[in-house]
Write a protein that binds this ligand. Structure first.
Ligand code: MG
Length: 252
């Protein structure tokens, strides 16, 4: 067996079925010890909400954590973010000017201060009006010359990110840092903010069986042999996918 880069979303992907997660943890932990596989969590959570989850669930210590939908990268349990990653986020990012535009949209309700950071402006946006409003918001930002990534997820969260930030770009950054081939990289997710990890290239993707329609519909419309839609939910779906792609030998 050879090492691989394992990247997973947390809420409703890795986390959601404790028994299945313990089983997956055993496989991944053994693979890391024996072959040097790397484990990365990629979450919409802020560093503080991630710490909260650590106190609630028996997660493995990851080799890196990507927080805030790709706006922070932390290695080996450190609380000091990777400065190199910020160098990639800075070009063209003007958060104040983004907020000047979003202030014009009364339907955008800012998320709590804890969920904001220097590289992200986050809002609640009702799913019923999102399809109409998102193109308008995007057009207004472009009209101001602002190049950003709009990530809508969970049927309620809108994150406006620097052009250089999202979960998919963070995945590619780590893959290159650690010299993993795309074919030896696998990402797992359940919702809209995971989508950027699934359309980058030859990286493998696992969509868990409980995935939201916003991700599932996109997958149906953009099928790829590099992506697997599991029938099992959460960590059981991840295991199913890792077996499907041959990253783990699950029989015997
Ligand atoms: Mg999730």
């Amino acid at each position: 067996m050879a090492p691989f880069l394992f990247i997973t979303d947390l809420d409703h992907t890795l986390v959601g079925d404790d028994d299945a997660m313990m089983q997956l943890n055993q496989h991944l932990s053994r693979h890391r010890d024996e072959y040097g596989t790397k484990i990365v969590y990629s979450t919409g959570r802020s560093p503080s909400l991630y710490q909260e989850l650590l106190s609630e669930k028996p997660l493995l210590s990851p080799d890196a954590v990507v927080t805030g939908v790709g706006t922070g990268i932390y290695y080996d349990g450190s609380t000091v973010p990777d400065r190199l990653w910020y160098d990639q986020l800075n070009p063209g990012w003007q958060r104040d000017r983004v907020l000047a535009v979003t202030n014009l949209f009364a339907d955008l309700e800012p998320q709590p201060e804890d969920e904001q950071n220097d590289y992200k402006a986050s809002f609640f946006l009702d799913a019923a009006i999102a399809p109409d409003l998102l193109p308008q918001i995007e057009a207004s930002l472009r009209a101001e010359g602002l190049q950003v990534n709009l990530v809508y997820s969970g049927g309620e969260h809108l994150d406006i990110l620097p052009q250089g930030a999202n979960k998919g770009l963070a995945m590619v950054f780590l893959r290159q840092q650690w010299n993993f081939a795309p074919e030896r990289t696998v990402a797992c997710g359940d919702s809209g903010n995971d989508l950027s990890m699934f359309h980058s290239g030859a990286e493998r993707g696992i969509i868990v069986g409980n995935a939201m329609a916003e991700l599932r519909d996109w997958h149906d419309e953009n099928p790829s042999p590099n992506r697997y839609l599991a029938t099992s939910h959460c960590a059981a779906g991840i295991l199913e996918g890792l077996g499907y792609f041959g990253f783990l030998q699950l029989n015997g």
